[in-house]
Design a protein around this ligand. Structure first.
Ligand SMILES: *Cc1c(COP(=O)(O)O)cnc(C)c1O
Length: 471
């Protein structure tokens, strides 16, 4: 049979019931949560698209692997299983498990910045790290260590009108010019983020990663792969980059990871686990950094052969790394994102082109009457919840925040609203329901109000802020 559409390539064996609610009940729940969907009780949410991080289904093989856990405090057999899987898949020789992605960041970020200071006799306030786009916790850890961050995405990365195969790529000219301006010795590391989450889960090509790595080597700057969505990125490379259509996801993954020295992974994404992370080193060329990370791990995460994970969780992660690379699985997952984006665009709701893990709706285009300082993305978030019990997240002015010097709202390149798709959790019927909900929201668009703060926290304000409608 010839069918373009691949039905979900799995059977559902365990279900988690969810409650339906009325619009009246949702209005009250939203008011109680201070018009901040982050503060809702999960029982009041019908379809939860806040994040795809640790919220998806696991495979049978992952679940059964947990029973093999060796809970020895040191030298656990489960650690060996996990580090062997890392070696086989990525070709990296030394692994430290961590409780999640930011657990890896709190080890390598200070270690690489300390090395830069030690080897090159620098002052920290002169340093700057580069990325195609720093994930928010990666940025946070870098700044917390008194190093600046500089993003060098493509100029079109945030323009939802432009389509491109590898919209997550580095702007190589901007990277080279940036390194010259800051001075190569002042750059403690470059972070290649795959896929580029902040640009809408957009992929990065092997050609681009290779060019970044070669540039970095010419300046003696370490490269860290921030690789939560390594499998989705590999699938896009197979689909889109010339020369890789016959390669397996594993072969592409192996090739991609040649172009970094260290990787940090939130395993809650493509490795499909509810909790876990990895820090890994390709070889011994950064032995001093490895040793410092091990010491920091004892302090912050746990002994380096468990790093904040139980033995069973390390076994589950070792299997999840493989299961997350299944090609039919990836095809079906990315097809879900595309189906949602196409359905929304057919209604006239403009989106960032379909990326890896989420649909990014251009809320600024959908609600042009709402000023950026009254948060169109967040207003859309509240309205969608009221209409249908669907929860997503604002990625716009609210998330970006204020300039710490002037206290003024920073200008935001796009007012987006993100619907992240948890892995193997929702069906096509759910996606149709989401599209129907947008049809209703679009009808109401001209009467949707912006929001103003009733409480505004000083940092990371979007999590705990409360609002009221700005009428
Ligand atoms: C999720 C993520 C992180 C942080 O990982 P956590 O597991 O949430 O701590 C870092 N970088 C990228 C690219 C991510 O997607």
């Amino acid at each position: 049979m010839d069918s373009h559409y691949l039905p979900e390539p799995y059977r559902i064996r365990v279900i988690e019931p969810v409650q339906r609610t009325t619009e009246r009940e949702r209005e009250q729940a939203l008011m109680k949560a201070g018009y901040n969907p982050f503060l809702l009780e999960s029982d009041d949410v019908f379809i939860d698209l806040l994040t795809d991080s640790g919220t998806g289904a696991v495979t049978q093989a992952m679940q059964s692997a947990m029973l093999r856990g060796d809970e020895s405090y040191s030298g656990s057999r489960s650690y060996r299983t996990l580090s062997q899987a890392v070696k086989n898949i990525f070709g990296y020789n030394f692994t430290i498990p961590t409780h999640q992605g930011r657990g890896a960041e709190q080890l390598y970020v200070p270690a690489l910045i300390n090395k830069c200071e030690r080897d090159k006799g620098l002052e920290r306030n002169k340093m700057a790290a580069f990325s195609n786009y720093f994930f928010d916790t990666t940025q946070g850890h870098t700044q917390h260590n008194n190093c600046r961050v500089i993003n060098v995405p493509l100029p079109e990365a945030f323009n939802t009108k432009i389509k491109a195969d590898f919209k997550g790529n580095f702007d190589l000219k901007a990277l080279a010019a940036g390194i010259e301006e800051v001075g190569a010795k002042n750059v403690p590391y470059i972070v290649s983020t795959i896929t580029c989450n902040s640009a809408g889960g957009q992929p990065v090509s092997i050609g681009n990663l290779k060019a970044v790595y070669e540039l970095a080597k010419s300046y003696d700057i370490p490269v860290v792969m921030d690789c939560a969505r390594f499998a989705e990125n590999a699938y896009f490379i197979k689909q889109r980059e010339v020369g890789y259509s016959e390669w397996s996801i594993q072969e592409i993954t192996r090739e991609v990871f040649k172009y970094a020295d260290i990787f940090a992974m939130s395993a809650k994404k493509d490795a499909m686990v509810p909790i876990g992370g990895l820090l890994a080193f390709k070889d011994d060329s950064f032995l001093d950094v490895q040793l410092e990370c091990k010491t920091l791990c004892v302090l912050l995460e746990g002994f380096p052969t468990y790093g904040g994970l139980e033995g069973g969780a390390m076994e589950r992660l070792a299997v999840g790394l493989y299961d997350g690379m299944e090609e039919d699985w990836l095809a079906s997952r990315l097809q879900q994102v595309e189906y949602l984006v196409n359905g929304l665009e057919a209604l006239g709701v403009r989106c960032q082109q379909a990326g890896g893990h989420a649909a990014f709706v251009d809320a600024g285009a959908l609600l042009p009457n709402i000023l950026p300082e009254q948060f169109p993305g967040h207003a859309l978030s509240c309205e969608l919840y009221k209409v249908a019990g669907i929860r997503g997240a604002e990625i716009g002015s609210l998330l970006l925040g204020c300039d710490p010097e002037t206290g003024k709202q920073l200008p935001c390149p796009a007012e987006l609203f993100r619907l992240a798709i948890p892995r193997a959790t929702y069906t096509q019927a759910h996606l149709d329901y989401i599209i129907a909900a947008f049809k209703e929201v679009k009808k109401r668009a001209s009467s949707i109000a912006g929001l103003k703060f009733t409480y505004e926290p000083k940092v990371l304000r979007h999590f705990n802020a409360t609002f009221e409608p700005a009428l």
